[in-house]
Design a protein around this ligand. Structure first.
Ligand code: HAM
Length: 435
């Protein structure tokens, strides 16, 4: 019988390898930390939702709904979609759990996986993760600004320089007039447009503005903010003034219209500073969606939010580390437990757990044998002391404690080791603080 082929990764999917996970959690932890500082609480919505949630929420003429959703009918006959984004789910949760009765606005965030059947390329995956932040229940422009500041603060904390691009697309009502003007402008050019834009001309004219292929026609197109109604213009002016007051730098970009239909008023995208990087897409993107709750059958409720692509940010950090413009602090430990031989190793397990429970940051590699190798790892981790436990120590009920700075070693009673470590580490910190 021919040997069955080994199954490989699906296209557009990635394993997050152990060597990447440090950067991954650096990014995720920074997101969690700043979300809490800005008063957001974390929620988790399911990966699977009813298909109409996304069709109604994101819009049937969008690329996401039209071409990219992983949808299927399950065993019970329900039409199901693996979420391509999280905003629709967050607003569904708001409606379903009656959050309208909570103090408004509700500020929630979620870190999770999404799926889109896109053409895979650098920075564009079929399975990707987002840090998604939403403020639901306030239409005040300060909310848009708070979110932009949250995103800006997050990249500053990580040390990633970003450029914020911002635009307003007003309300669907105030946009109608502009869309007519846009179609008038594009009508004589229609033959020259790419195949996708020919379809966009009819179905989703705003998207003509952010096509990467037909860029040459965009610069002379009418500018949306010149054609919005007074309320929309006032909202946008307020946002820009607040940003100026907060000294957050931004660039106005009239071609930002976003690929999801629920947006109203402010829309924004964050790019890594430097043009050549922008081609890989935005690191973070979002905007206001004042009509979404109503589109989903809820009461009219304004909302605003953004999502940042974790993989893209992780890549950016890795690129910067390679280029030497960023350093990742190595994980450090205070104590390292080295063991020599079968029987000492068993007792060393107890020793390590006792140290860990006593609150020390300790490390070990119980599957390693030679002392030299273990001491080398201890040095790499910058352990201050290594506790060496061999046959002799097992019999004598002692531990050898090695000062990693000067190599001196001393025998300590096994029972007193926790106390002894504490004493030595306190002394170590005192000496180093003085120095
Ligand atoms: P989005 O622009 O579709 O917006 O995605 C937001 C971010 O997710 C992108 O800027 C990018 O960093 C990342 N991303 C999107 N698609 C992919 C992909 N295929 N591969 C890798 N990364 C990707 C939304 O999803 C909205 N729900 C954002 C939002 C929240 N608006 C309001 N609230």
């Amino acid at each position: 019988m021919p040997k069955a082929k080994t199954p490989f990764l699906l296209r557009g999917m990635r394993d997050i390898l152990p060597e990447e996970s440090e950067v991954w959690y650096l990014v995720v932890d920074a997101a969690r930390k700043i979300s809490a500082q800005y008063g957001f609480t974390q929620i988790e919505t399911p990966l699977l939702e009813q298909t109409p949630l996304f069709v109604r929420g994101i819009g049937k003429d969008t690329d996401v709904v039209g071409k990219e959703m992983y949808s299927f009918t399950d065993q019970g006959g329900d039409k199901i979609t693996v979420r391509p984004e999280m905003t629709a789910s967050m607003v569904r949760a708001y409606i379903e759990h009656g959050w309208l009765n909570k103090p408004q606005p509700v500020k929630v965030y979620q870190i999770g996986t999404n799926f889109r059947h896109e053409r895979p390329q650098k920075g564009r995956l079929r399975q990707f993760s987002q840090w998604d932040v939403e403020v639901i229940g306030s239409g005040h422009p300060v909310v848009d600004v708070e979110l932009i500041m949250l995103g800006y603060g997050f990249f500053s904390d990580l040390g990633i320089p970003v450029e914020i691009q911002i635009n307003s697309i007003g309300t669907p009502e105030s946009r109608k007039n502009y869309i007519r003007l846009l179609q008038d402008y594009y009508k004589p050019l229609k033959r020259k447009l790419c195949e996708d834009c020919k379809k966009r001309f009819v179905r989703n004219p705003l998207r003509l503005l952010d096509c990467k292929v037909c860029q040459e026609y965009q610069k002379d197109a009418p500018v949306i903010i010149d054609h919005l109604d007074d309320t929309s213009r006032k909202h946008f002016e307020d946002v820009l003034e607040h940003l100026d007051d907060a000294e957050v730098p931004y660039t106005l970009n009239p071609t930002i219209v976003r690929g999801l239909d629920y947006y109203t008023h402010t829309v924004f995208e964050f790019y890594p500073e430097g043009d050549e990087q922008a081609a890989q897409g935005a690191l973070l993107a979002g905007g206001r969606y004042d009509g979404l709750a109503e589109d989903l059958g809820g009461r009219s409720t304004p909302g605003c939010g953004f999502a940042a692509g974790i993989e893209r940010i992780v890549h950016r950090v890795e690129d910067m580390v390679r280029a030497g413009t960023m350093t990742i602090p190595e994980p450090r430990v205070d104590l390292y437990v080295a063991q020599l031989g079968e029987a000492p190793r068993r007792r060393a397990l107890y020793l390590f757990e006792a140290l860990r429970r006593a609150g020390f940051s300790a490390a070990q590699h119980f599957s390693r044998n030679g002392l030299k190798g273990q001491l080398a790892i201890a040095s790499k981790l910058e352990a201050k002391f290594t506790l060496i436990f061999g046959q002799k120590e097992l019999v004598d009920k002692t531990v050898l404690i090695r000062d990693m700075e000067n190599g001196s070693q001393e025998v300590v009673d096994f029972k007193k080791i926790v106390k002894e470590c504490k004493k030595r580490l306190d002394l170590w910190h005192k000496d180093h603080e003085q120095a």
